[in-house]
Design a protein around this ligand. Structure first.
Ligand SMILES: [Zn+2]
Ligand SMILES: [Zn+2]
Length: 308
C-alpha cells in the first residue's frame, strides 16, 4: 500500500491579521517523515491541534525571511524541546536563515537556561539546538534535501525586493507537490509546476484587495491604503494561478497565504476563487488552518493555453 503523502496546513494567512488564519506554515508528511516548511505567527500553536507532534519534526525549511514565515520559530523550538526532542533541529533556507535562527536563539538564551535549571536532565540539551544549512540560490531547480524517499528541490521565485526567496518542490513515491512560497507570477514557478500533482500556492484576490484599499481611502486612511497598494507587486493573483496551473498541467490547486484574509466560510471561499475554474479545470480549494490535504496522482502533461 502506498504510504501517505500529505500537506498539513498550520497557517494559511499572511501578515494581515485574521481571526481564522495564522501566518504561513505547513508540514509535509511523507510516510513517517514530517518536514516543517515555514513557521509564521501562530503556526506553532496549530501543530498539536492538527495532530502533529512537534518533537517528531527534525527538519524545517524556510522560503524567505519575512516575519509571517518565521516569527513562531521560538515557540516551535520550545514545543519541540519540551515535547521530548533529543536531536538538533536541522534547518534549511536561503541566505539570512542562519542570522534568523541565531537571533531567535539569542532571544531565548535566558529562557533556555531557566528551563534547564528547573527541569534538569528531563530536557535533552541537544533538543534545543539548531543546525542551519543555507542553500545557495539555485539556477533552475536543484535538489536541496533528501530524506529517505522524500526529495525537496528548491527554486528561486520573484518576491523582489525579498532576495533570495525560494519555492520548493517535494516528491515522494512518484508524486509531487510545489509549495510556491511568496512570489509574483514568474517563469521559475511555472517550470517547477510542470506536470506536478498539486500546487500549493500563495494567492491574492485582486478585486477583494482593491475593495479594501478603496474603503481605506474613503475613510481617510491613506497610509494604510498606500501600504496595501504595494502588495500586488510581489504576489500572485488567483487568475494568474489558474492560468499558470492550466498551462503547466498541474493536477490540483490548493490556495494558501490568502490575501486579503477571509474567514472559514464557504461563500467567502467561493468568492475568493471566482473566475479560476473557467481557466483551470482541475480541483481548486482554499486551504484552512489545520486542514490535511493528501497529494494524489493527478498531474499531467502541460495543457493548451486557454484564455489569458
Ligand atoms: Zn508571506
Ligand atoms: Zn513574503
Amino acid at each position: 500500500m502506498a504510504e501517505r503523502f500529505e500537506i498539513v496546513f498550520l497557517g494559511t494567512g499572511s501578515p494581515l491579521p485574521s481571526a481564522d488564519r495564522c501566518g504561513a506554515g505547513q508540514v509535509v508528511v511523507a510516510g513517517d517523515t514530517q518536514v516543517l516548511v515555514d513557521c509564521g505567527w501562530g503556526a506553532a500553536r496549530r501543530l498539536r491541534p492538527a495532530g502533529v507532534n512537534p518533537a517528531s519534526i527534525d527538519v524545517a525549511l524556510f522560503t524567505h525571511m519575512h516575519t509571517d514565515h518565521m516569527t513562531d520559530v521560538p515557540d516551535f523550538l520550545f514545543q519541540r524541546w519540551t515535547g521530548g526532542a533529543t536531536v538538533p533541529l536541522r534547518v534549511f533556507g536561503p541566505e539570512g536563515t542562519q542570522e534568523m535562527v541565531d537571533g531567535f536563539l539569542m532571544a531565548m538564551r535566558r529562557d533556555i537556561g531557566f528551563r534547564q535549571a528547573h527541569h534538569g536532565d528531563k530536557l535533552h540539551p541537544d533538543g534545543i539546538r539548531v543546525e542551519v544549512t543555507e542553500i545557495a540560490t539555485p539556477r533552475g531547480i536543484e535538489t536541496c534535501l533528501e530524506l529517505g524517499g522524500l526529495r525537496f528541490e528548491a527554486f528561486e521565485v520573484d518576491h523582489f525586493p525579498v532576495v533570495p526567496a525560494f519555492g520548493y518542490r517535494a516528491t515522494f513515491e512518484g508524486q509531487s507537490v510545489v509549495l510556491s512560497g511568496d512570489t509574483a507570477v514568474c517563469d521559475s514557478l511555472a517550470s517547477a509546476c510542470r506536470g506536478v500533482d498539486m500546487l500549493v500556492c500563495e494567492a491574492m484576490n485582486v478585486p477583494m484587495l482593491e475593495g479594501i484599499i478603496a474603503a481605506l481611502r474613503a475613510g481617510g486612511r491613506e497610509r494604510e491604503a498606500g501600504l496595501l497598494g504595494d502588495v500586488p507587486s510581489y504576489h500572485i493573483s488567483t487568475i494568474e494561478i489558474a492560468n499558470l496551473a492550466n498551462e503547466a498541467g498541474v493536477g490540483e490547486v490548493v490556495l494558501s497565504h490568502i490575501i486579503p484574509p477571509i474567514l472559514n466560510d464557504a461563500a467567502q471561499e467561493a468568492a475568493f476563487i471566482a473566475g479560476m475554474s473557467e481557466l483551470f479545470s482541475g480541483p481548486i480549494r482554499v486551504a484552512r488552518d489545520m486542514q490535511r490535504v493528501a497529494v494524489s496522482n493527478r498531474g499531467g502533461p502541460p495543457r493548451a493555453v486557454r484564455i489569458k
